[in-house]
Design a binder for this molecule. Structure first.
Ligand SMILES: *[C@@H]1O[C@H](CO)[C@@H](O)[C@H](O)[C@H]1NC(C)=O
Ligand SMILES: *[C@@H]1O[C@H](CO)[C@@H](O)[C@H](O)[C@H]1NC(C)=O
Ligand SMILES: *[C@@H]1O[C@H](CO)[C@@H](O)[C@H](O)[C@H]1NC(C)=O
Length: 232
């Protein structure tokens, strides 16, 4: 009996890891737990930051802490915890515990509440008007990255491939090419905003293939700019 009990406890301890949950500010999240067997003297609790009990279940009676009244719902059926209209202050670790002679953790979540990302703008700098290169600058409120778009013979590429940077607000800002468009994408785990500029594919495709020309250089620009064929 002792052996199987020990194995059971070990299995419980191994069967979960801290689960990350990202939530958009103002939204709800439900934290689930595999419903444990509860002895008469055992208390089940959801605890925040390892010290504040959010809810306790004592002898089938549910106690919700004053701080959380109206903001959480506890299900006596499956022991899940619903946290409502989250704010940044609700970010942190939530643990489901069985308290008897000692505490036994049965589930743990790291909840991160994030604001939606701010808009981004993709701007094109083509000051060196007679080159095939244009500079694409992707900027958000708190950061910006640039990449050079080079087009040759109808093929466009960003120098150095995709570029990305992590912003001060832990979001990421990326510039890349996707099916003929340069995309500037600002994203975090719960939201993303983009700005894009199409490369003027059709007009380039209608040009004669530049393979017979020496040093062909199609000035392959974005819609905002005029598209011309340059033969050097
Ligand atoms: C545009 O390019 C010129 C020359 O390469 C540079 O001096 C200027 O700072 C660039 N402007 C922006 C907004 O990146
Ligand atoms: C574009 O710029 C890069 C470096 O800035 C240069 O190596 C390359 O030759 C340029 N391409 C064209 C077609 O001008
Ligand atoms: C922007 O990035 C997000 C997160 O990686 C992704 O889900 C989304 O599809 C991207 N948008 C575009 C237009 O590529």
């Amino acid at each position: 009996i002792i052996n199987s009990l020990t194995i059971h406890v070990i299995l419980i301890m191994l069967s979960f890891a801290v689960t990350p949950r990202f939530v958009l500010k103002g939204e709800d999240v439900t934290l689930d737990v595999q419903k444990p067997d509860i002895q008469e003297t055992t208390i089940f609790a959801w605890r925040f930051k390892r010290e504040d009990n959010v809810v306790r279940l004592v002898n089938d009676e549910v106690f919700i802490s004053t701080n959380y009244r109206g903001r959480v719902e506890f299900s006596s059926v499956d022991y899940s915890l619903l946290l409502k209209s989250l704010t940044e202050a609700d970010s942190g670790v939530y643990s489901a515990l069985l308290s008897g002679d000692r505490d036994l953790k049965v589930a743990e979540y790291e909840v991160t509440v994030q604001e939606p990302v701010s808009p981004v703008h993709l701007t094109v700098n083509s000051s060196s008007s007679d080159s095939c290169n244009v500079t694409e600058t992707c900027s958000s409120q708190d950061s910006s990255i640039s990449s050079t778009l080079t087009c040759d013979g109808g093929n466009c590429f960003l120098e150095g491939g995709e570029r990305s940077e992590v912003t001060a607000s832990a979001a990421s800002i990326r510039v890349y090419l996707l099916s003929g468009s340069v995309i500037c994408n600002h994203s975090n785990q719960v939201s993303w905003r983009e700005d894009r500029k199409e490369t003027d594919k059709e007009r380039v495709n209608h040009q004669p293939p530049p393979t017979t020309l020496s040093n062909p250089c199609i000035k392959f620009t974005l819609l905002a700019l005029s598209c011309t064929l340059q033969i050097l």
